[in-house]
Design a protein around this ligand. Structure first.
Ligand code: COA
Length: 191
C-alpha cells in the first residue's frame, strides 16, 4: 500500500461519510450516491438525486428562493447514474431536470434563469434575475468541459455537446452540437 492508495481510500471514505451525513437533508438521495466535498449547497429540500449519482468536488447546487417562481417540485432532479465530474454548477429558480446516466465534464454550468442587466445605471448584481425558464437534459447525454446551458433549453436524450459550447437553443436527441452558440454538426449513428 503506497501513499496514492491511502490518499484515494481516504478521499473516498471522506466523500462517503459526507454524503451519508448530507442525505437526509435532500428531497431524495438515492443509495450509493456520492457527493465529493467541498460542495456549495442551497435549497437542498427541493433537490432530488437518484441512485448511483456522483457529484465531483467543488460543485455548486442551488435552488434559489424561497420563490414564487419555483413551481416545479422538486425543483432540481438529478437522475440515477448521472455523473458530474467536478466544479459543476446547477442553479435553479423554476426547474432543472437532469436525466439518468448523464455525463457532465468539469466546469459545466446549467441555469434556468439569468441576471437581469437592462439598467445601465445599476450594477448587474442588484438587478435580480430574468428569463426564468426550465431546463431539461435527456438521459445519456454528454456535456464536455465548461459547457454553458442557458435558460429554457432542452438537450435531447443521448445528445453530445462539445467542450466550451454555449447552448442557447434546444439540441435534438442524439445530435452532436458544438460552439458558442452551439450548432448541431451531426447526428449519432446506431453501431
Ligand atoms: C464534440 C467532440 C466530442 C467531437 O465530436 P465529433 O462528432 O467527433 O466532431 P468532429 O471532431 O468531427 O468535429 C465536427 C466539427 O465541429 C468542430 N468542433 C468539434 N468540437 C468542437 C468544440 N468543442 N467547439 C467548437 N467546434 C468544435 C470541429 O472543428 C468540426 O468542424 P468542421 O466541420 O468545420 O471541421 C469533441 O470535439 C469535444 O468537444 N469533446 C469534449 C471533450 C471533453 O470535454 N471531455 C471531457 C471528458 S468527460
Amino acid at each position: 500500500v503506497n501513499t496514492a492508495d491511502v490518499y484515494r481510500l481516504a478521499q473516498r471514505a471522506r466523500a462517503k461519510v459526507f454524503s451519508l451525513g448530507l442525505a437526509p437533508s435532500f428531497a431524495e438521495f438515492g443509495p450509493r450516491t456520492v457527493i465529493d466535498p467541498p460542495l456549495r449547497l442551497v435549497g437542498e429540500r427541493s433537490i432530488a438525486i437518484g441512485a448511483d449519482v456522483y457529484i465531483g468536488a467543488g460543485s455548486w447546487l442551488q435552488v434559489v428562493g424561497p420563490s414564487a417562481l419555483t413551481t416545479i417540485s422538486p425543483a432540481l432532479v438529478i437522475g440515477a447514474g448521472t455523473r458530474m465530474s467536478g466544479t459543476c454548477t446547477v442553479s435553479v429558480a423554476a426547474g432543472v431536470d437532469i436525466g439518468r446516466s448523464v455525463l457532465f465534464a468539469r466546469g459545466v454550468y446549467v441555469a434556468d434563469h439569468r441576471h437581469a442587466f437592462a439598467d445601465i445605471d445599476l450594477p448587474v448584481l442588484e438587478q435580480g434575475i430574468e428569463q426564468v425558464a426550465p431546463v431539461v437534459i435527456g438521459d445519456g447525454a454528454w456535456l464536455g468541459e465548461h459547457v454553458v446551458v442557458c435558460p429554457g433549453v432542452t438537450i435531447g436524450r443521448g445528445a453530445v455537446v462539445g467542450a466550451n459550447s454555449v447552448v442557447t437553443a434546444d439540441v435534438a436527441p442524439g445530435s452532436v452540437a458544438v460552439g458558442a452558440p452551439a450548432r448541431v454538426v451531426r447526428t449519432r449513428a446506431r453501431v
